[in-house]
Design a protein around this ligand. Sequence first.
Ligand SMILES: [Zn+2]
Length: 229
Amino acid sequence: MLDMLARVATVAVALVGELVAPTRCVACEERVGPRVLFCTACGVSVMPATVSGRASHAVFDYGGAVATAIVRFKYAGRADLAHRFSAIMAAASALATPDVDLVVPVPLHPRRLVERGFDQAALLGAPIARRLGIPHAPRALLRTRATVPQASLDRDARSANVANAFRCSAPHRVAGRRVLLVDDVRTTGATLSACAEALRTAGAADVRSLVLASRNSLEKSTKPRGVRD
Ligand SMILES: [Zn+2]
């Protein structure tokens, strides 16, 4: 009986929430149903990740409405979208990378943090860890030097750009743990590999990575759809 009352109360809270602040498409603000990320029109351009596996998992291919949503999240002051993205990322992790016990976000260099005002990977990492019921260690990795944005470089330059750019500042938190490394976008995977290397050096038992979107297979068609200023 109490169980049923609790369930009714949960549904009622969700309904009131929808009335007060209806769920909207993360790319275009069209109204959508609860727990839905994209409206029907935007959904046409959304592709599940084509390059994905247990060691390195992506939810979507980067492009279309996914790119629009990520641009809004990172550059248009929509840090609140992290909450929406984290839900689908945690669900993907539960299926694709279930054997993890610590979430570590890819760190942003302090200078870029000052420019942007928030660290997008840590914003995703916190709610993902909460949903998975495991700890979040947002400062376990440090960027030891500034790197230029990976998207501006070719493949070889990307590896060189991030080589030895990361260090584990909390080996005691990482040692023996199976780490889920979290970022918003994977470009070539060079950044994730460099971070994984630093975590393994610090004694991590295993490192898996999880990103919202992977650019790997859609390098030429990543123009965001309908970006608003
Ligand atoms: Zn939409």
